[in-house]
Design a protein around this ligand. Sequence first.
Ligand code: ADP
Length: 680
Amino acid sequence: MGETRTFAAPIHVRLTPLARGLLLFAPAVLLCNAVGSLMRYPDVGAALFFLPYAVLTTALILAPRRDWVWYILVGAVAHFITHWPRWTVSWVLLADVANVARALVAAVLLRRLFDGPPRLDSVWALLVFVASAVLIAPAAGAAIGAANVVVHGASPTYWPPFRAWFMSNALTGLAVLPAFLYAASDSTRWWRVLREPQRATEAWLLTVALVATCAIAFLLPIASRWHVALPFYAPLPVLIWAALRFGTGGASLALTAVAFAAVWGADRGTGPFLAATPDGNIVVLQLFVLLTAIPVLCIAAIGSARRDAVLLYRSLLASVQDRVAILDAGGTVLEANDSWRRSTDALEGDQFNHVTVGANYLDACRVAADAGNPTAARVLPGITSVLNRLARVFEMEYNYEQTGRRQWYVMSVEALERSDGGGGAVVTLRNVTARREAQMEIEEQRLELSHLARVGVLGQLSGALAHELNQPLAAISNNVQAAARLLNRDPADVAEVNAILRDILSDDLRAAQVIQRLTALLRRGETHLQPMNASDLLEEVLQLAHAELITRRVTVQKSIAPELPLILGDRVQLQQVLLNLILNACEAMSATPQAERVLVLTAKATASRHVDVSVRDHGTGISPTLIDRLFEPFVTTKAEGLGLGLSISRTIVAAHGGRLWAENNPDGGATLHCVLAPAP
Ligand code: ADP
């Protein structure tokens, strides 16, 4: 026979958020009404604390607006059940209107002013909260509540019931509402905190201390000489503890406990609130709670803001890839981020950065500098000047070899102002190896390209250069033949042969100079900056272009201002730029009548003591369609041009910290300006 098994399917009741909310809200609001009615002013009917205000406001703040009507209805019914038939129907209903109006005003204001449930983590937030939930909303409720009391003949005047209603709700708003809001909106965080053993132990200890101090203050009969100080101040340290360690939520819960203990004490005939009539006692009690709550919540708000700031700063530090350490005025490392801590293990050539939190950075630099570490020797004076407030920032780049690869770092040390007036510095080490390598690669390519362009320019010059070389070579050959003839005579004309040999030497020198200039330009070398004279530079370029200028029948006019500042640059690269400008100018003047083929080379100082070397021609000028794109690569109007000359020239000039631009002359032709930085 087969075995029959029956499985009882679990019944899942899926509750809507509204149903779940109401299931929690209904018993809570009933309980709060019951507690409220226990703590009533005997004369005016307002409660000492009116907890339904806190519970209804919390519900309205957290629930979607469309569900509000349900919470208001349930709240009103709970209130009705609690007070009817002890009070007349009209009294209860009007009191209901006052309660709903108060909670609505508070919820609308708080939802509008805070984005989400209010978080009292700054003094400003606390002020906004107090204005809305402790002043405006309770005043609105009290206006209706007091009218109700007067209308029903329970009080002949308006202000005493107004004050009583206002005080009870203001107090509830201040001492209880934050706890309700935190408990309802942040309960998961509370449970998480309480699951951490350390925090849970602290919370328990705090509760014990709170119970003990409340008992001492309000519940035990104490000798009268202690009466002034003990009741009021015994719970205060515990409240501050709650505020600082558990924030506004914890402080608010602790305040609620203190308030209830005070009420309980007054009810039992112990504690300090026994002096006057029952109503008078309640006012004193309310004032006590109010005056205690304000500073305690302020401390909580400031504490939260500080904790947030510390958390923010810690996570910011942790997220930074660079290595960051914070030093005090004496150079001791106060704090370092994870990156810094991790890197202390990984560094080989950077020993002085092996400084852990608590150690002294300056000492480490000193030791490393004494041991011959050149980087540490550079860092030491820089960092000392920042710590001594002689400089705000110190920055330097250094590199060292690590596992066969050169690593580049930028160190920046920035002065730190501390709130206690003390100084210090933030040291940041950024690994810029990748950037450096990319820069070096770009520089390498730039050099390569400009070398190719130079070779191209020399290609343009080759015809004229061959001609220029031919002259001395032909002269040498003629002179050698002449010398041979003279030597064959009898007697040989030694004096004449000597003169010929001198000519040969000078021709050889001329040819050698041409070749020397050429090889200098053909060589592909590193950039080598040196101070130089603009006039010498122009002279060298003119010698290079000499044959070309003659072939093209171009006349050169030079105008060099006296006492020009020296410029700083790579001689070969600047020769290349000017040669390019001169050749372009010559080509632009191909169609110019020979008499007007004049090239004007000017060198003058600018207002900022830079040197403006300009090349002015009387050629075609630059066409307006081209002038904006002239320095872009591959822009050319020549059949065999590459269009790279000007773009490479501009890159070279920019790398020298200068500027290259072109303009058309009003009287025809173009001028190219090359402004170069002076040597320091
Ligand atoms: P390429 O000489 O190979 O054309 P360049 O970059 O040196 O490359 O010059 C680009 C273009 O700029 C030239 O083709 C020419 O049209 C124009 N240009 C340069 N210099 C002058 C000048 N002095 N007058 C008129 N046009 C010029």
